[in-house]
Write a protein that binds this ligand. Structure first.
Ligand code: NIG
Ligand code: FE
Length: 407
């Protein structure tokens, strides 16, 4: 593998710390090196520092001229539903006319409409679609993405989704408990089926399990049953919780030692305090709140309470047709009131922690994967400042250029 030297960068910015997530005052711990280089060797970062400290014996690596650019770690999108067929643009129009997301769901549209199109697609098509979505994410600086199943809700399609996500380079999460498909009369009967017929194989394909704990999908008792079985099968745990109603997701996540509870738009002060004192990461999805015109999650209060927080797109066809982590960073600063430093940590080191990879990705640090985003700006904060802008100049994954903006 060729070595890569990114030289003469205006800045290189990275979360501080060694390998874990950052919280409390350390959530702002971003280290900035001016006039910097990043040296990549065998797919990992060999050294980062000021140009004056560039080792004399670097050999003859391939070089990138970083003048006028700022480097940050590759962005980590730790919550997406990137494996789906079809779209929901008709529902988008209906919502613009006043229909609500929950009404469309209750009428058999919403998630179930994407289930119909995803079931109709074959596994090869799902892989091709997920690869296409990966290229969209990458063009916005995402170098690691998680993606959930949850649009099959039957044995074959759930497993096909997990394999497609893996084949497309994503980190698969089993969201069998997304909602109850029409073939089942209630959530309990559907869970009987999921745990007996799908979990044994899903456990070998996914890294984590996720559940939509919300009225109209699964209640806390049902979520507990699903998550306990998934934990016993060796999966890490995640929850979609407090999106529309506070329904016990935070307490359950803490009790079961889940990695994260995601959404939190409806979380009140008690939940903030509870999460702040826990080891569970709150994953904030401001693009979803924006897309559905819902209240933003109490991110500032969570950060001030010392909670572990991460941010992600929630990329999906219904509640967040958004593939841009830089847009999420903009929303994190303008709507969630996080400092740019906090937003960057939440989108890199802390998001990596949610995926169990904080020792390998999310920092510009020797020994970490050489996943680097070069921003078309000399100050790294433009990643959040440039609202909806074309801020990503070049993307490097494992030491190789995978995206370069044209013109
Ligand atoms: O995270 N809330 C549940 N699930 C997804 C949306 C899925 C969909 O609408 O297709 C979410 O918002
Ligand atoms: Fe989601």
């Amino acid at each position: 593998m060729t070595d890569l030297l990114i030289r003469d960068l205006a800045q290189a910015a990275t979360p501080g710390g060694n390998a874990g997530p950052l919280r409390g005052p350390a959530l702002r711990d971003v280290r900035v090196v001016e006039d910097a280089f990043v040296l990549c060797r065998d797919g990992v970062i060999a050294a980062v520092g000021p140009m004056r400290e560039l080792p004399a014996d670097v050999g003859t690596p391939e070089e990138i001229d970083g003048r006028g650019l700022a480097a940050i770690p590759g962005l980590v999108d730790c919550h997406t539903h990137a494996c789906f067929a079809g779209d929901r643009v008709n529902e988008f129009s209906l919502r613009a006319g006043g229909a609500s997301y929950e009404e469309l769901h209750a009428a058999g549209g919403g998630i179930l409409s994407t289930v119909r199109s995803t079931r109709a697609a074959g596994e090869d098509e799902l892989t091709a679609i997920t690869l296409r979505h990966r290229s969209w994410l990458r063009a916005h600086g995402t170098t690691t993405f998680e993606a959930k199943s949850g649009y099959g809700l039957d044995h074959d399609t759930e497993l096909a989704q997990l394999r497609a996500i893996r084949a497309a380079g994503g980190i698969p999460t089993w969201l069998g408990a997304h909602t109850v498909p029409p073939e089942f009369e209630d959530a309990d009967t559907y869970l009987d089926f999921l745990l007996a017929e799908v979990l044994p194989e899903a456990a070998g394909l996914a890294e984590a399990a996720d559940v939509f704990l919300e009225r109209g999908s699964f209640d806390a008792g049902q979520a507990r049953r699903y998550l306990e079985a998934c934990r016993d099968a060796g999966l890490a745990l995640r929850l979609h919780g407090d999106q529309f109603t506070e329904s016990g997701a935070i307490g359950l996540a803490i009790e079961l030692g889940a990695r994260s509870v995601d959404h939190l738009e409806a979380t009140g002060p008690a939940g903030v305090e509870q999460l702040g004192a826990s080891a569970v990461t709150g994953v904030l999805l401001p693009a979803s709140a924006l897309f559905l015109a819902r209240p933003m999650p109490p991110a500032r209060a969570l950060a001030d309470a010392g909670a572990l927080v991460a941010v992600a797109t929630d990329f999906n066809p219904g509640s967040a047709f958004c593939d841009s982590m830089p847009l999420v960073l903009s929303l994190a600063c303008t709507q969630l009131k996080l400092a740019p430093e906090e937003a960057l940590v939440a989108a890199t080191a802390n998001a990596a922690h949610v995926l169990g990879r904080a020792d390998r990705i999310g920092r510009l640090r020797p020994g970490f994967a050489a996943d680097v985003v070069l921003l078309d700006a000399s100050d790294w904060r433009h990643v959040a400042y440039h609202l909806g802008g074309d801020v990503v100049h070049t993307v490097v994954e494992s030491g190789a250029v995978t995206f370069r903006r044209t013109a």
